[in-house]
Write a protein that binds this ligand. Structure first.
Ligand SMILES: [Zn+2]
Length: 408
């Protein structure tokens, strides 16, 4: 494993060397897409995979299996991503099965933000927020929930490790430019990533407003009610969510994820474009009948009010923009004992890892590119990498780029 960071480092160095400043949102170039590191096959082995295998056990809230999986996540970030801040958000609740007994629900938050925003206190960085639930359903007995949501959790671990290679460079450059010092502000580059592994998504007895989403309800409530100091850029942690990308029920072959929300269709289209470009470039290994994301061309009038109840709901109700990555129809193994490692389609799992990673890198590139500061991005190089590295950008470029690429 020790060779991996070095490899990532080299690959991202390649991306950065190819970079020139841009004025506006730019998709990753073909060269950049190809350079985004894909998953190591062995990470997703269902018996021995360093990322996936330890999650493929029953992990019901408050049980030893769940504690093991929590340790797996924390150990991974502690060992491989020491720059990421780890925090827990705990709550307890009774469930329809627990009588008077309080069951613990423990959300895990892994956050990486620019050093200059961190130094200046909380509430400055906008955060691309990638989410999956890690609890498993209490029944049927022995249920492992491979698609629900062990595989999405493993995918997010891969994403974190891969984007770190990119963020490290971008943040080092920001520090070198003196961002955050002596009033040097650049809100367009105050962008970080957080990964939420949520607890208690599953109902214990039957899905109702109170028997489901235990972790998400508690976290969204706490975040909305924890104000930042008066001069912070964001009012509270909930407002820091730039986009809430929820992965759920992923890992079966031939998924079809619709675009659920008109307000975030711009993000869906970006993800769908990443998929179709990667497929055209031969960077994906699955051979689905249809694209994973088939609705890039969905018309405004075709967005209805129908959506799937899931962890995004309490966040969305409080104003967070949501991209819900859940297939319709659900995998045929859904909530059955067959939702186990053997029923995963691993090429599909690894392709999700590739697509979400590339989307994340592109999203962060867009944040850097908006201010044209050469933190990364855009088209293939024309020998202007020196200018990019030195950040030779004018104010005019900064204004021209602001706000592009976010929003419909
Ligand atoms: Zn479920």
């Amino acid at each position: 494993m020790s060779s991996i960071p070095t490899l990532l480092h080299l690959l991202f160095t390649t991306i950065l060397l190819l970079a020139i400043p841009t004025l506006a949102y730019q998709p990753l170039s073909d060269t950049q897409l190809k350079a985004v590191p894909g998953p190591i096959e062995s990470d997703f082995d269902i018996k021995t995979g360093a990322l996936l295998a330890p999650i493929l056990i029953p992990r019901v809230p408050g049980t030893p299996g769940q504690a093991k999986v929590q340790k797996h996540f924390v150990d991974f970030f502690t060992r491989e991503l020491p720059e990421w801040e780890i925090s827990w958000q705990n709550s307890t609740a009774t469930t329809p099965l627990s009588g008077n007994k309080q069951i613990p629900f423990q959300n895990l938050i892994f956050r990486r933000e620019p050093p200059w925003t961190k130094e200046r206190g909380p509430g400055r960085a906008a955060l691309l927020t990638l989410v999956a639930h890690y609890d498993s359903k209490i029944s049927p007995e022995g249920f492992i929930g491979a698609t629900d949501s062990a595989a999405p959790c493993a995918v997010l671990m891969h994403v974190a490790r891969t984007v770190e290679g990119y963020l490290k460079k971008v943040y080092e450059q920001g520090v070198a430019e003196g961002l955050g010092k002596e009033g040097r502000e650049d809100p367009g580059r105050e962008m970080g990533v957080q990964i939420l592994l949520l607890d208690g998504e599953e109902a214990f007895k039957e899905w109702t407003d109170t028997d489901s989403l235990y972790g998400a309800r508690s976290l969204s409530y706490e975040w909305e009610n924890t104000p930042y100091p008066a001069l912070s850029r964001f009012k509270n942690p909930l407002r820091q969510i730039d986009l809430f990308v929820l992965l759920d029920l992923l890992g079966s072959a031939d998924p079809g994820v619709p675009s659920y929300f008109q307000t975030t269709h711009w993000a869906y289209k970006n993800m769908a474009t990443v998929e179709s470009r990667m497929r055209a470039l031969g960077l994906l290994e699955s051979k689905p009948k249809n694209p994973f994301l088939p609705e890039a061309g969905k018309l405004n009038e075709h967005f209805g009010r129908v959506y799937v109840g899931d962890d995004h709901q309490p966040f969305m109700a409080k104003g967070a923009p949501v991209l819900h990555m859940i297939p319709t129809p659900f995998p045929h193994v859904w909530h059955k004992i067959e939702d186990d490692g053997e029923h995963l389609d691993l090429p599909t799992v690894r392709d999700w890892a590739r697509i979400v990673t590339a989307f994340t890198v592109e999203y962060l590139e867009a944040a850097g590119g908006e201010v044209g500061a050469g933190a990364g991005t855009g088209k293939e190089g024309k020998g202007e990498d020196t200018a990019a590295k030195q950040g030779t950008t004018t104010d005019g470029e900064e204004k021209a780029g602001a706000g592009v690429g976010k929003g419909p």
